[in-house]
Design a binder for this molecule. Structure first.
Ligand SMILES: *Cc1c(COP(=O)(O)O)cnc(C)c1O
Ligand code: SF4
Length: 473
């Protein structure tokens, strides 16, 4: 133990009655230099004017949500046109190739594009998050499938997943304000790409009716996640319709609209009054009925949070709308304790509650973004205690095969050599074991070779399951 370890047998310090001197505050450590409280420094500069095509765009225009939509980067061609003068031709070729291999459609808001550091595009965390580079892609893990969470297997209606006893996930539409590389729903969201044909979960009347009918027929469901796609892309009438129909079902006690929107286009909450009012009306009606309606969002990196995010969150805060955050841990994006602590404090500062941090799911074409379970555990240890407990997220693995979210620490067995972790989910799928696989790039060369051999692969998986089974009986 280090020298600073206190002596646990020492007598406690006592203060004599009337000893005022002893009651004067004693700074046990010096006050923090305000310059180090970096999470409070939220950008309010005209950062978008660095993009040559937007050099003349003023703040009012940039904050217009319709302008953001109209100027979204929706193809590699548009991306290249926007940043051609800022990056080298090697980068352009790399990103073109990257998109060719990626299973996602392209869509980036001007807000996010402008927040990327175009002086250092290879390492910038936001670039890594949204733009695949061929030179950084890694072959997929051999145990990977496209719908790794088996959402379709647990779906009584296309796009409605009923996995947990009392809650359901309703994918109301298949478009998003951005397409994230890490998206688990790449089986469904966005258009089909060079690499992937998609399942259709379009916002159709018949599918919605079937979903509401199912929810009404299941008295055990109290909680619904309205996701997609992304609730930001719903029209105000649709926000209201979904909200009202869910509130009308007596046994539904709470639901959340899930949207990446606040992280990638905060200005919608500042300038799309109709959308904000629709959300507020549902929240207010819910409150009168004793039902909780909240917003769940996905900030992944502190650089996504600007003064505009603060203003947007303040709009929601004033209206009493709770916002919780779910982040995905991504290699080279936010997988250090420093970044996650900064993110957590910045979120806390703008009244967003960090709720979950996900270990990156096994998603096609994203091997370079995944991290090990061990790294998640290490970061979690540093985070816990850095700020309020309710602003400290739970780190979870969404168990491939439909086990649902499991606390990273709760594995039955974890072999850091093979990278296999095994979880149980007694309240979701009793008696079954679920495995997660660390990215191959983090394993030893010998182990990587072993994963390439079908016989050894089979043995490793078999052994891990056998060990876990012994521990659970
Ligand atoms: C994540 C998820 C939910 C909600 O789970 P919480 O732990 O309550 O956030 C519900 N259904 C499905 C299928 C999910 O993946
Ligand atoms: S916004 Fe959500 S649903 Fe859409 S691509 Fe990103 S993670 Fe997937």
């Amino acid at each position: 133990m280090s020298a600073s370890q206190p002596d646990p047998t020492a007598e406690p310090r006592t203060i004599a009655a009337g000893d005022d001197e002893a009651l004067r505050p004693r700074h046990l450590r010096p006050p923090v230099d305000p310059a180090t409280l970096t999470w409070r420094n939220l950008r309010r500069d005209a950062f978008w004017q660095r993009i040559p095509g937007w050099a003349e765009v003023d703040e009012k225009t940039f904050l217009d949500h319709a302008w953001q939509d109209r100027n979204a980067i929706t193809s590699p061609k548009k991306l290249i046109a926007a940043v051609r003068d800022l990056v080298g031709s090697d980068f352009i070729a790399d990103v073109e190739q990257g998109f060719h291999h990626a299973p996602m459609s392209v869509r980036i808001t001007p807000y996010i594009l402008a927040l990327m550091d175009w002086d250092h595009p290879y390492v910038d965390p936001l670039r890594r998050q949204f733009l695949p580079l061929a030179s950084q892609l890694q072959p997929d893990h051999p145990m990977l499938t496209l719908d790794s969470l088996a959402e379709q297997a647990d779906a009584p209606v296309p796009g409605l997943t009923h996995r947990y006893p009392d809650k359901a996930l309703f994918l109301v539409l298949d478009t998003c304000p951005v397409y994230c590389r890490f998206c688990t729903r790449s089986y469904a969201v966005g258009g089909s790409t060079d690499e992937v044909e998609k399942v259709s979960i379009k916002a159709t009347r018949a599918r919605w009716d079937a979903a509401f009918q199912y929810l009404a027929e299941r008295p055990e469901i109290e909680d619904v996640v309205v996701s997609g796609g992304d609730a930001y892309r719903l029209k105000p009438e649709q926000v209201r319709e979904i909200g009202d129909r869910l509130l009308d079902i007596p046994h539904i006690r709470r639901f959340r609209y899930a949207t990446k929107g606040p992280a990638v286009m905060p200005m919608k909450l500042l300038t799309d009054q109709a959308w904000l009012d629709a959300l507020t009306a549902v929240v207010d009606r819910g409150r009168k009925l004793g039902k909780e309606v909240v917003l769940h969002t996905h900030f992944a990196h502190p650089n996504e949070i600007t003064g505009y995010s603060e203003d947007a969150m303040q709009r929601l805060f004033e209206r009493g709308i709770t916002v919780r955050n779910q982040a995905v841990l991504q290699n080279g994006v936010n997988d250090t304790a420093e970044t996650m602590i900064e993110l957590g404090r910045r979120l806390g500062y703008i009244n967003v509650h960090p709720y979950y941090v996900y270990i990156h799911d096994l998603v096609r074409g994203t091997e370079d973004l995944r991290t090990t379970v061990a790294r998640g555990i290490r970061i979690e240890k540093r985070l816990r205690g850095a700020t309020a407990g309710f602003n400290t997220p739970t780190f979870v693995v969404d168990a491939p095969g439909g086990g649902g979210k499991r606390d990273v620490h709760s594995f039955e067995h974890y072999d850091r050599e093979t990278g296999i972790s095994v979880y149980t989910a007694p309240s979701v799928k009793e008696g079954r074991l679920f495995m997660y696989f660390d990215p191959l790039a983090e394993l030893s060369p010998a182990m990587r070779a072993a994963w390439g051999d079908p016989k050894l692969r089979h043995e490793m998986v078999h052994d891990a399951l056998a060990t876990a089974r012994q521990r659970t009986i």
